[in-house]
Design a protein around this ligand. Structure first.
Ligand code: SAM
Length: 243
C-alpha cells in the first residue's frame, strides 16, 4: 500500500489526496476570488502585490505561474510585460481565470492544465517560476520543487508564497480563532461549503514552517534559498536561483 499523506487533518492515500484537492477547488472555483477577499479582509491583494514586486517581472520574460488558479498573480505579472503561462491541475479554476482575463481585456496569457509534480514543459523553458498559495495543496512537494528546477533556465528564479502557522504568540491565537471558527462559517454562509474551507485552514496549519520549507527548496538544487516571513511566518515569500 502506498504511504499515507495528509488531506487537511485526515490521512489518505496520495491518489485520494490529489482527487480530493481537485474536488475542493472545483467546488470553490466560482466564488474563489470573492472568498479570498472575505477570508483575508482584502490582505491577499497586498501580499500578491508584494510578491510580484519581489519577482520583478521584465518585459518579454517567460514566466510559469504554477497553480495559477484564476490568474490573480499572472495578471499582475502580465501587466508588467512578461509572457505568462498559467498552469493549474484544475480546469475549473483556469476556466474562471480565462473569463476574468477576457473581462479585463488582458491578452498574451497561455492557460494549461498541468500537475506541478510532472510538468509537460521541456527543460530550461522559463526565466521564472512562481507558485502562490498552491504548493501546500500538492501531494508530492519535493517532486514539484524538482520539476520547478528542471523547467527553469540557468539563472532562472524560483518564487513561492505560502501560508504556515504564525509564531507570534498573541497574533497566532487570534489567527487560530479566526481560521478555525470564522473561515469555515464564511464558507458555509457564502458558498454553502464548510468542508472545503475547513480543508484550506487545516492545510495551512500543516504546511512546514519557513525554515523547514527553505531547506526543501535548497534540497531541490536551488542556491541562495531564502525565506521572507511576514506576520510571524503566517505568510512567507520563498525564493531561490538555478545556476
Ligand atoms: N495562485 C492562485 C492564487 O493565489 O490566487 C491560486 C491559489 S489556490 C489556493 C491553489 C491552486 O493550486 C488551485 O487552483 C489548485 O487547483 C492548484 N493545485 C493544487 N494541486 C496542484 C497540483 N498538483 N498541480 C497544479 N496545481 C495544483
Amino acid at each position: 500500500m502506498s504511504k499515507q499523506v495528509n488531506f487537511g487533518d485526515e490521512l489518505v492515500s496520495p491518489e485520494e489526496k490529489t482527487r480530493r484537492v481537485g474536488a475542493v477547488f472545483s467546488s470553490v472555483a466560482r466564488r474563489y476570488d470573492m472568498m479570498n477577499d472575505l477570508m483575508s479582509g482584502g490582505m491577499h491583494r497586498l501580499w500578491k502585490d508584494r510578491f510580484v514586486n519581489r519577482v520583478k517581472p521584465r518585459s518579454g520574460e517567460e514566466i510559469l505561474d504554477m497553480a495559477g488558479g484564476t490568474g490573480d498573480v499572472a495578471f499582475r505579472m502580465a501587466r508588467r510585460g512578461a509572457r505568462v503561462t498559467v498552469a493549474d491541475i484544475n480546469a475549473d479554476m483556469l476556466e474562471v481565470g480565462k473569463q476574468r482575463a477576457a473581462t479585463r481585456e488582458l491578452t498574451g496569457l497561455a492557460w494549461k492544465v498541468e500537475n506541478a509534480e510532472a510538468l509537460s514543459f521541456a527543460d530550461a523553458s522559463f526565466d521564472a517560476y512562481t507558485i502562490v498559495f498552491g504548493i501546500r495543496n500538492v501531494t508530492d512537494i519535493p517532486a514539484a520543487l524538482r520539476e520547478a528546477y528542471r523547467v527553469l533556465k540557468r539563472g532562472g528564479r524560483f518564487y513561492c508564497m505560502e501560508f504556515s502557522s504564525s509564531d507570534w504568540p498573541g497574533f497566532s491565537s487570534l489567527y487560530e480563532a479566526w481560521a478555525s471558527n470564522v473561515i469555515p462559517r464564511i464558507g458555509k454562509a457564502v458558498a454553502d461549503d464548510e468542508e472545503s474551507y475547513r480543508y484550506l485552514v487545516e492545510s495551512i496549519r500543516r504546511f512546514p514552517r519557513p525554515d523547514a520549507f527553505k531547506r526543501m527548496v535548497a534540497d531541490a538544487g536551488f542556491i541562495r534559498a531564502a525565506a521572507e516571513p511576514m506576520l510571524g511566518g503566517l505568510v512567507t515569500i520563498h525564493s531561490g536561483w538555478k545556476i
